[in-house]
Design a binder for this molecule. Sequence first.
Ligand code: CA
Length: 230
Amino acid sequence: MSKLSILVVEDEDAIRDMLVMVLEQAGFEVTEVASAEKAQMGLSHNTPDLILLDWMLPGISGIEFARRLKKDDAFRDIPIILLTARGEEEDKVRGLEIGADDYVTKPFSPKELVARINAVMRRSGKTSDARQIKLGDLLLDTEQHRLTIEGKGLDVSPTEFRLVHFFMMNPDKVYSRTQLLDQVWGRSVYIEERTVDVHIRRLRKILSEYGREEMVQTVRGFGYRFSVSS
Ligand code: CA
């Protein structure tokens, strides 16, 4: 699976280097530029999944660049997180008003930044090929095709892996057997609804080895829900 890409626009070398390191470690593919002008030039041949944009830039400012992108049909769907040293509420409102998707104030912890990026990616529907998804202490790695609890690998079949992947992307929501068949097996395949029950049972059994069987919840008369809270 391909990595999600982030374009970092930041004029301060030290901060830019730090961002690149943090984001690469978090599994993203990172492109970096030092100005909005350079970002603009690169965008025409390479569209990132998200732009991390510093507010204070020489030349075109971050906020102005974000405003332009959000007005442009070709680029308005790229999520933008504004990065700023200014913590005033008014700035935050201004940033969000022009269409930025989120706002992170310097100094920030790498963990916080990555969490905000993941949240924005998720809201923009970009997590389908994010490398790692975490729910409670369950961790799914789409690149290694591995599902673990507290570092211990779970022995799931490819179908169960897809099922858990779908559930982890959509926690706490109830899905009928038909919806699960459509989403996990695909519309074009004809499979009986009871197949879903078979895989759910197996998944529960595997999770029960770790005392997590309650993550797969039966909603009587409707279907199933996956949740860390029972
Ligand atoms: Ca700056």
